[in-house]
Structures are given as C-alpha cells and as structure tokens.
Design a protein around this ligand. Structure first.
Ligand code: BES
Ligand code: MN
Ligand code: ZN
Length: 495
C-alpha cells in the first residue's frame, strides 16, 4: 500500500506524474510548458479529451529540468459534475497506470481539497492487493507504487478530509482480506478471532461458541453447523460513538444493527453443490466480512453513532453428522423450519441471528447482508445488489447511498403471495420456496424473524466479488456494502 502525502503544487523532478484533466480543459500549464507543449500535443494525438474514464500514458516525456519516467493523464469528465465517487475513480484509474512506478505525483490542484483527498482514497482502493500466499513472485511482476504525493492548494484541508476516508478504506481492506482468505485458514473460530482485533479500535467484541448458541436456542444455525468439524461462532461487535456524550438525543442511544451471513465455506451440505465453481463458495462469508469491515470503518473514523454488528459464522459441510433434507429444526424465535434443501443454509443462520438482534438490542433498524441466492444473480447480474425492505424510507436512503458510492441497489418486492411459497406440511415453514422468485422467497424467510422491526436485506451474491477490475476495485473480493453503509450512517444517522 503506498504512503500518501499532500503538498503545495510544484513540478516534480523525477518519478511519474498523473494529470487529472476535466473535459475540454488543458493540461497543467507548469507541466505543459516544461514540455514545450509536448504534453498537450501528445494528448491531442491520442484524442484524449478529458472524458470520464479516459486515460493516456506518455512515456519518458522530454521535460526541461526534469527526468520523468511517465506522465499519465486521466479524464475527470465535466468540471461542474465531479463527485467524490468520480474523483475516487480517477484516482483508481491513475493507480492502475502507475502500478510499476515507485513514486508518483498527482496533480490535483484544480480540485477542492475534499476531492483531492478522494483521489488519494481511490488510488489506495485500487492499489490494494492480497499477497500473503504468494512466495515465488518475481520483483519484476510485483506492483511498486510506494509513495504518492498529491498536489493541492490546501494541503492541510486535504489531509483533514483524507483521514476519515482512509479509515473507511482500511475497513474495505479488512473486508477484502477476510473474503480473500481461504476457508482452511478462515474457519468460523478464526474469523471470530479476526473480529477480536477490532478491540484495538475501541470496539467491544463478544464471541459466542456452540454452548452459548445452544442456550440461546439457535437450532437453525446449529443445524447448519452440525456437519462440520469446525465449530460455529456468533460475534457481536459494539461501537458506541454516540452513546455516552452528554445531551445525546435519546433515539441516538438505540443502535443501528448490521448483520452478516458468515458461511466460511458452503459446500451445500448433504444437498451438495456440483464441483464446477464450488471454490467460489469460500466467499460465502461476504456479508459477515462486510459487517466486520464496516464496524472497523465506523470505529476507525470515530463515527458519532451507536452501532452493533452481528455475524453468524458456520461452515456448511456434508458428513455423517450433517443435517438431512427433511430435518425439522427449532429457531431462536420458537418457530420451526423443515429443511428441504441443506444448501439454503444462509437464511437458517440469519433467522437466529436476526431474531436475537431485534430481541436484545431493539435497534433503530436492522440491515442484513448475505450472499444469499443464485437467483439474485439471475435477476440483477453483477452490477446491482438486491434490496428488500419493509421500510420505504430506509430503502430510499440505502438506494441513494448506493448511487453516491457506486455500490448500487435495486429494490425488489416482498408480499403475501411469495410468503405463501414457504408453507410446510409438517413445520411452521420450509426453508425453500421453489425456483420462481428464489431471491424473494429467501427474503420472505428472513422477514419472518424480523418481528416487524424496520429492516432491509441486501442480497449481495452477485456483487461480493468480481471477476474483473473496476476503477477502485481490483478483481476478487469487492467489500461491497462497506462504503455504502458507511455513507448511509454518515448522511443520516450521525450527531
Ligand atoms: N451461498 C449460496 C448462494 C450463492 C450462489 C452465492 C452463487 C453466490 C453465488 C446459497 O447458500 C445457496 O446455495 N443458495 C441456493 C438456494 C436454493 C437451494 C434454494 C441457490 O441459490 O441455489
Ligand atoms: Mn448454500
Ligand atoms: Zn450459502
């Protein structure tokens, strides 16, 4: 991860230079004149106009008084329409082009300090990489970007704006790391221990093992766990950023609640998945990963809010002790479930954790995140996650935060007719509702454990990881939801 510094505009003598250029605007005059107009000529020849997402690299430019390795120009789009997300994406694009440069200077002096900070944040988000298990990679293949200097007219303001953004980026990195870790390393107990590390940020962390879960009556979650040699855990993380201040409004005392599905590996259980692509199911703890990263982000930037994060951690495996299709389990709510398909395990985990959450915390709202269904991928593909909610205002706030952060949500319906698909002949419900509307019936299942509280469910099966690079998100674990929910909190629930 590169180090970032903010400094007053001055043309660097060595290294690489990134020019952020709005549509139709000329390159930085100081740089262009040092190149005797060569930069402008090169950009013109490349038909670079500053459109959003456009980029152009000039290698070894002839500059008077400087020996630079390369100049990259990145388009910002229309000057009047540059958003925080746009600035982050320009930074991300620049970072990808500068990956092999040890030191880069980014000319952001045309931008307000907050956007200069966003450029740095976008660069960090793109430059992140998980290389714990690479041992033979040659230096000539490794990224080199170590130091970035962002030029800005108000370095102090940019530095101040950057600090909370860097805390959120650290939360994103934590999530990406957790999701990337292989399941032989990151089993439920290990993931719980990683949550424990949040104590260093002032987060209170409680870990529940099988004994405690049994006492709480978590029959649905324990049913999923029983086929695995790895014990389940539930972790409850508390961040009290608003609670203790004098004069804090009473409603600010009740926490916001975030709940994550944490299946560290989903083989399907006895209803086992086909071999092709099964390796992707190490990512089935993506919802939990996002909740952990979000709690780290909120604590890291000392958000003035009370929040709890709950994650249900299990491994779904087939074995002689595994649950069977047709088993009936009793949930913490007292409702019983006929397990028709052991591969519909995420909803069983959430049923108990969601019930426990509303009962213990009476939160202002509950938002759960889960890589819950293949059906949401069929419905929405990989660009939008699905949001299901019993609360129109919350749903709207979520969708707006999604637009602002690029972690987009599409609202899906809920309703009686879908709920009926869960009718069981032997128990209060079954855990699958058939193929039609598969993402919706999964949401309906969870809603039966919400107890009428304000709630939203994000089905992130299509967005928790990606098979291709995006401006600020290298391929792999995306940490979808961390920036979105941090933004939701910042825009509506602080102070
Ligand atoms: N973890 C999967 C959902 C999933 C599938 C996430 C593909 C990401 C990519 C979930 O536990 C599951 O297996 N769901 C089943 C439900 C079905 C048995 C009703 C599914 O979607 O096929
Ligand atoms: Mn499954
Ligand atoms: Zn699953």
């Amino acid at each position: 991860m590169p180090d970032f510094a903010f400094a007053k505009p001055a043309l660097p003598k060595t290294g690489a230079l990134a020019l952020l250029i709005a549509e139709g605007e000329a390159p930085w005059p100081a740089a262009d004149s040092a190149s005797s107009g060569g930069i402008a000529r090169a950009l013109k020849a490349a038909e670079f106009t500053g459109k959003k997402g456009q980029s152009c690299t000039i290698l070894a430019p002839a500059m008077s008084g400087a020996t630079m390795s390369r100049i990259v120009a990145v388009g910002l789009g229309k000057a009047s329409e540059i958003t925080q997300l746009g600035a982050e994406e320009a930074g991300g694009t620049a970072a990808a082009l500068l990956a092999r440069e040890p030191h880069a200077t980014v000319a952001a002096q045309g931008l307000p300090a907050g956007l200069a900070a966003a450029v740095a944040t976008g660069m960090a988000l793109r430059a992140w990489r998980f290389d714990r298990y690479r041992t033979t990679e040659k230096d000539s293949e490794k990224p080199r970007l170590a130091k970035v200097t962002v030029l800005t007219d108000d370095a102090a303001a940019a530095r101040a704006a950057h600090a909370p953004m860097a805390a959120v980026a650290d939360g994103v990195f934590l999530t990406r790391e957790l999701v990337a870790e292989p399941p032989n390393v990151l089993n439920p107990a290990e993931l719980a221990q990683r949550c424990r590390r949040l104590e260093a940020l002032g987060v209170k962390v409680e870990i529940f093992g099988p004994k405690e879960l049994k006492k709480l009556g978590f029959g649905a979650m324990l049913g999923v766990a029983q086929g695995s040699a790895n014990e389940p855990r539930m972790v409850v993380m508390h961040w009290n950023g608003a609670g203790t201040r004098r004069g804090a409004r009473k409603e600010a005392a009740a926490p916001l609640a975030f709940i994550g599905k944490g299946v560290t590996f989903d083989s399907g259980g006895i209803s086992i998945k086909p071999a092709g692509g099964m390796e992707d199911m190490k990512w089935d703890m993506g919802g939990a990963g996002t909740v952990v990263g979000l709690m780290a982000a909120l604590a890291g930037r000392k958000a003035r809010v009370n929040a709890v994060g709950l994650v249900g951690l299990v491994e779904n495996m087939p074995s002689g002790t595994a649950q069977r299709p047709s088993d009936v389990v009793k949930t913490a709510s007292g409702q019983t479930v006929e397990v028709i398909n052991t591969d519909a395990e995420g909803r069983l985990v959430l049923a108990d954790v969601v019930w426990y959450c509303q009962h213990r915390f009476a939160p202002r709202f509950m938002i759960d995140l889960a890589t819950l269904t293949g059906a949401i991928i069929i419905a929405l593909g990989h660009d939008f996650a699905g949001v299901f909610s019993n609360d129109d205002a919350l749903s709207k706030q979520l969708q707006e935060a999604g637009e602002a952060t690029g972690e987009k949500l599409w609202r899906m319906p809920l309703g009686e007719a879908y709920d009926k698909q869960l009718k069981s002949d032997i128990a209060d419900m079954k855990n699958v509702g058939g193929r039609p509307g598969g993402a919706i019936t999964a949401a309906q299942f969870i809603q039966r454990f919400v107890n009428g509280k304000p709630w939203a469910h994000l089905d992130i099966a299509g967005t928790a990881w990606s098979s291709k690079d995006a401006a600020c998100v290298p391929k792999g674990a995306t940490a979808f939801g961390v920036r979105l929910l941090d933004r939701l909190v910042a825009d509506h629930y602080e102070k």
